[in-house]
Ligand binder design. Structure first.
Ligand SMILES: [Zn+2]
Length: 176
């Protein structure tokens, strides 16, 4: 399954549709250029070779390059069983089913991340229109421990939710 580029178009009216186009700078390049003197380092550090070895190409494009999966392409988007959602990059327990938002638009939606598990970044690519003259920014969300990309915080209808790529998560259903 191909991924959507960060420069892709994401239409939220009537459903999360998408259109791929071009590729942008890598996530590491973006972070370095935006905060060249920031001493922050992620607790889990891996080389590109190590990331490549533990992830499929598709997973690498999502987690390490910030791409977006196609709607309804993961196994998790319509799986509402109770359980824990861990970061595929470092196994941190980042989301829980108790905060799941039942929005059937092809991604995994949550009202909240677990406390102190995610960080945000400024995504300068406007995924709503994809136009260069559209300067609205998106709130990108990633793992605070390994930096892997999860998705975005955005508005769906009247609600602010985390719109997360199922590819970025490992689901551990509760064994009741
Ligand atoms: Zn992580």
């Amino acid at each position: 399954m191909d991924t959507l580029s960060r420069r892709g178009v994401l239409a939220l009216s009537g459903g999360l549709g998408a259109l791929a186009a071009g590729s942008g700078p890598s996530r590491a390049q973006q972070l370095a250029s935006e905060a060249p003197h920031d001493p922050f380092v992620f607790a889990v550090q891996r080389s590109e070779a190590e990331w490549r070895a533990m992830l499929t190409d598709h997973q690498y494009e999502i987690l390490r390059e910030g791409d977006m999966e196609w709607p309804e392409s993961s196994d998790l988007w319509d799986d509402y069983r109770p359980g824990a959602f861990h970061c595929r990059g470092c196994n941190l327990h980042v989301y829980s089913s108790e905060h799941r938002a039942e929005i059937d638009q092809g991604y995994v939606f949550f009202y909240h991340a677990r406390p102190r598990t995610v960080l945000t970044d400024i995504d300068h690519t406007n995924v709503y229109t994809g136009r260069a003259d559209d300067h609205r920014t998106m709130i990108e969300v990633h793992c605070r421990r390994c930096g892997s990309h999860f998705g975005h915080i955005l508005r769906v209808g009247a609600e602010i939710v985390h719109c997360i790529n199922g590819t970025s998560l490992v689901f551990l259903p509760n064994h009741a």
